[in-house]
Design a protein around this ligand. Structure first.
Ligand SMILES: [Zn+2]
Length: 340
């Protein structure tokens, strides 16, 4: 018989589920706070996968993705263990903020330390209770406030196991992102744990496509890991393309932005992406693309300041028309897809 999964001193028996509350530093009012973790411990051996969301407290699409995954009846047949953390940054969510009360960014504070800043302590708790007990991970994010992302995976694609899982996720764009100092991804990599970062939609909003593609992607990774049976249909309906680099086009002036380009569009160098208008004189500054590529992130608010990041353009080695074709077929697939 498989042994129990122990977390925070709680034993979760094989074939059972439990919600375990990890105690966090109290609020200054002395109110206690915890980070609830749901463990689904399968009867059979297998990988131990953590899936977490709202590490930035205002990025909520992942909370709904995890809710839908935990409702799947097929989890009764799970091999291995699913460790789901719907809200990592509990403090941030209360304030609808990306940060913690000490104004630090949790995703720049890993691996953290027991005696460090408040944020460092939360990072340390997450490393010891979640990452340290798992073999694989998926971290669910969205764009920043007022910025929306085309569903994409960011991962270290130079690692073959990570690349295999990234392809299985089934989004059209993979970003071979370098490891950012202090990120969860870097800390997990240092523990030898392959981890994917899913980016889709924008902060403080539910986005149906981002949620559907996220649920589908996490389930595909669970299948690829052998934790649930693989499906017999075509292996990956979306063949992803790997971006070799990406950069933001910034506002040439302050004012009101009119956008001419949608997420996922192909743009050529010097294409017009939008206009920033002076609301009084009606004069406009034109925003031009600075490269040929695909728009993977976009400003949603019309109110912009000079220098603000407006359009995120990814560049590809592959034939770029094919990338755009895949983005379109991805949108069609997920437009009427409700199989989870
Ligand atoms: Zn984030």
């Amino acid at each position: 018989m498989r042994s129990a999964f122990t977390i925070n001193g709680v034993d979760v028996r094989p074939g059972s589920r439990a919600i375990v509350n990890l105690m966090l530093p109290k609020l200054n009012s002395h109110t206690t706070l915890s980070m609830p973790v749901q463990v689904v411990h399968g009867r059979q051996d297998g990988p131990r996968l953590f899936v977490c969301a709202a590490l930035h407290g205002d990025e909520v699409n992942g909370v709904e993705i995890i809710r839908q995954i935990l409702e799947l009846g097929s989890l009764k047949r799970l091999h291995g263990t699913l460790v789901a953390v719907p809200v990592v940054n509990v403090y941030g969510m209360i304030h609808q903020s990306r940060y913690l009360p000490d104004r630090r960014d949790l995703n720049r504070s890993f691996p953290g330390s027991e005696a460090g800043s408040m944020t460092a302590r939360v990072a340390h708790l997450f490393m010891s209770e979640i990452v340290g007990r798992c073999t694989h991970g998926i971290d669910l994010h969205t764009g920043a406030i007022h910025r929306s992302n085309l569903p994409q995976i960011r991962a270290n694609l130079d690692d073959p196991e990570t690349e295999r899982l990234a392809r299985a996720f089934g989004v059209p764009v993979l970003l071979n992102a370098s490891l950012r100092d202090g990120s969860l991804r870097q800390a997990a990599a240092e523990h030898g744990i392959p981890m994917l970062l899913y980016e889709a939609g924008e902060a403080l909003r539910y986005d149906d496509l981002a949620i559907r593609a996220g649920v589908h992607g996490v389930v595909q990774v669970i299948r690829e890991l052998g934790m649930l049976p693989r499906l017999n249909r075509r292996r990956h309906p979306v063949e992803p393309f790997i971006a070799r680099s990406s950069s933001w086009v910034r506002a040439p002036d302050s004012g009101m932005l009119r956008t001419k380009i949608r997420l996922g569009a192909l743009v050529q160098n010097n294409d017009v992406l939008g206009y920033v208008s002076d609301p009084y004189s009606g004069e406009s500054a034109t925003v031009y693309a600075h490269a040929r590529g695909v728009v993977i992130g976009r400003m949603q608010s019309p109110m912009v300041h000079e220098g603000e990041a407006l359009f995120h353009i990814a560049r590809f080695k592959d034939d770029i028309d094919e990338v755009v074709g895949q983005v379109e077929s991805f949108h069609l697939t997920h437009a009427d897809d409700d199989d989870g």
